[in-house]
Design a protein around this ligand. Structure first.
Ligand code: SF4
Ligand code: SF4
Length: 374
């Protein structure tokens, strides 16, 4: 795939890592070129150098979305990571695979660690961990006045994602109440993690076993539509390949994925309490195409979202956060520059929420847009 790169540079215009650091060698074109060279001559670079380069990608997917040649740079980087495993990746894998056991106690433990141990190096990660778990969340002020009948009576599965399932039960409850209001019958089905974080970190085998499990849950339920509440989860589910009986089934799966923001788009909302906050919206990198969550909020809030990101990535970066946090910082700073002045920031991606909560300026609160709904 790397060999198909024509070095046009289109991807360079959208890479948040390149924009924030100004370092061309961190951009997608350089990565595609590096992968091509390594296929031709695997001994060209030392193991340590390849391992380092493999860590330097946020996995945001913005380059993939604009490439006319179908070059998937995050996938190429995932391949490099798979071929050059290290401890940080193992740590990341354990954290993702054992979400059920680790996330809730890990978040509680991080809250108990005194502030003096939040060093420059570990402070942001501890803050992110402590912000993972419930807490009071944002104050809701958006009331659904009436639901449309567009999906009434339909059977659907809910893919809530690890964060809503294990640590943010409020998102899960609000999503279920919205589906109930829409008249959707939510079918039972125990999904596992979408596997996208593992895929991106280079654990293709573990990711694939999760994909196979999730596709089996969907098949057993009769292939209904699958509602998602997290942009990164949806992108991960969309990326499933090689676990389908045919191309038609793969297309069926892709077509079944449905963001909750899309089906509540036509609900009538009222603002139940006067808002004294300045609201910001963060557009997640993985919300490709029309960002229905952003649009829903724009109309539901009658245009009172005052600032919104568009090209800016939150700078989370998964495994890159563990290995090269210093390079993610300018990406994150550019995101907050765009949101400057907001006192509440909402978004529709659990990874972005974790990162933005951990890095929010003093007094700024961050949450899922679901938290705004009463
Ligand atoms: S990866 Fe795609 S968009 Fe980027 S330089 Fe190569 S062909 Fe152009
Ligand atoms: S996935 Fe994002 S950070 Fe990585 S090269 Fe592409 S645009 Fe840049």
């Amino acid at each position: 795939m790397a060999g198909e790169c024509i070095l046009c540079g289109k991807c360079m215009e959208v890479c948040p890592l390149l924009r924030a650091t100004g370092r061309e060698e961190l951009g997608p074109r350089a990565k595609a070129d590096l992968c091509r060279v390594l296929v031709e001559d695997p001994d060209l670079l030392s193991e340590a150098r390849v391992e380092k380069l493999a860590g330097l990608c946020l996995g945001c997917g913005r380059c993939r979305a604009v490439c006319s040649q179908g070059v998937d740079v995050p996938m190429l980087v995932a391949g490099l990571r798979q071929a050059h495993p290290d401890f940080k990746k193992w740590l990341w894998k354990t954290w993702l695979v054992r979400a059920r056991e680790l996330w809730s106690p890990g978040s509680t433990a991080a809250r108990l660690i005194p502030k003096q141990f939040h060093t420059e190096r570990f402070g942001p990660m501890l803050k992110m961990l402590s912000g993972l778990k419930g807490g009071p969340g944002l104050t809701p002020f958006l009331k659904i006045a009436s639901f449309p009948d567009t999906v009434r009576g339909e059977n659907m599965l809910l893919f809530a994602g690890c964060t809503a399932t294990y640590v943010q039960s409020r998102w899960l409850m609000t999503a279920l109440k919205l589906l109930d209001g829409l008249g959707v019958d939510v079918l039972p089905g125990e999904f596992k993690c979408c596997g996208s974080g593992l895929q991106s970190a280079g654990f293709a085998d573990v990711s694939r076993s999760m994909a196979e499990h999730n596709v089996a849950v969907w098949r057993n339920a009769g292939k209904p539509r699958v509602v998602t509440v997290c942009a990164s989860c949806k992108a991960g589910l969309e990326g499933y390949i090689a676990c389908f009986a045919s191309d038609e089934e793969q297309a069926e799966w892709g077509n079944s994925l449905l963001p909750l923001s899309e089906i509540i788009f036509d609900t009538e909302c009222v603002i139940s309490t006067p808002i004294h906050e300045r609201l910001g919206y963060h557009h997640p990198c993985h919300a490709t195409g029309v960002d229905r969550a952003g649009l829903f909020l724009h109309y539901a809030l009658n245009g009172i979202i005052e600032m919104a990101t568009d090209r800016e990535c939150c700078g989370f970066g998964g495994v890159m956060r563990l290995g090269a946090a210093d390079l993610t910082e300018p990406v994150n700073a550019a995101c907050w520059d765009t949101l400057a002045g907001a006192s509440v920031v909402v978004t529709g991606c659990s990874a972005c929420i974790g990162q933005l909560k951990a890095t929010a300026p003093h007094g700024v609160r961050v949450g899922h847009w679901l938290e705004l709904i009463e």
